[in-house]
Design a binder for this molecule. Structure first.
Ligand SMILES: O=C(CO)[C@@H](O)[C@H](O)COP(=O)(O)O
Length: 221
């Protein structure tokens, strides 16, 4: 099943409640929350207060992507703000297994994120402990960047590893997702797709989201 997670980073911050309602009505499965600290990535976005603000406007599960140094310090705060998933970058975690356990201890589903250059080998010893792997198809920090297609073989590699071990782990893809780029990613085994500018950047969010979803579904028929 293909799931679309619109990225809040590309929404109109002056009317976030309406924006969130609109993508939920358009068929989103999750809402992707991009948290950036200006250290791990060269940009600053928002924190858990924004989650508190949008919660009354949506029933969508919140998929929190922490692009921050020292995530352990903030996990409790995002868990209490209602995260369904919290994903942390393998590149930002000195004790990745401990961080995963910390996320799980709050009843939140843990996930790990890999930058485009980071090999799958870095997470092979924690796969049994997580619910989701997020593969970046851009360098994190900004919306609207070009999809890096050399990540596609990594999706297939991860999908194979998950199947070999009989695990139930979602593969999520983030960066430059459109109705075209979703196709090779879905074929390679990804199931959740983050899309920012390809949805919030369009006047008609319903048509934009549905065309990406349909392209992904057609690719795995
Ligand atoms: O995490 C990030 C960027 O760091 C992403 O979630 C982007 O916000 C996706 O935006 P588009 O590439 O879809 O415009």
């Amino acid at each position: 099943m293909i799931k679309i997670a619109p990225s809040l980073l590309a929404a109109d911050f002056a009317k976030l409640g309406e924006e969130v309602r609109e993508v939920e009505a358009a068929g989103a499965t999750l809402l992707h929350i991009d948290v950036m600290d200006g250290h791990f990535v060269p940009n600053i976005s928002f924190g858990s207060l924004v989650m508190d603000a949008i919660k009354p406007y949506t029933n969508l599960p919140l998929d929190v992507h922490l692009m921050i140094e020292n995530p352990d310090q903030y996990i409790e705060q995002f868990a209490k703000a209602g995260a369904e998933y919290i994903t942390v970058h393998v590149e930002a975690c000195r004790h990745l297994h401990r961080t995963i356990q910390l996320i799980r201890s709050y009843g939140v589903k843990p996930g790990v994120v890999l930058n485009p250059h980071t090999p799958i080998e870095t997470i092979k010893h924690v796969l049994e402990d997580i619910d989701l792997v997020l593969l970046m198809t851009v360098n994190p920090g900004f919306g609207g960047q070009k999809f890096i297609d050399s990540v596609v073989p990594k999706i297939a590699e991860l999908s194979y590893m998950i199947k070999q071990r009989n695990l139930e782990i979602e593969i999520e893809i983030d960066g430059g997702i459109t109705a075209e780029t979703i196709v090779p990613c879905a074929e390679a085994g990804a199931t959740i797709f983050v899309a920012g500018s390809a949805i919030f950047g369009k006047e008609d969010r319903q048509t934009a989201l549905q065309s990406i979803l349909k392209a992904g579904e057609d690719a795995i028929k």
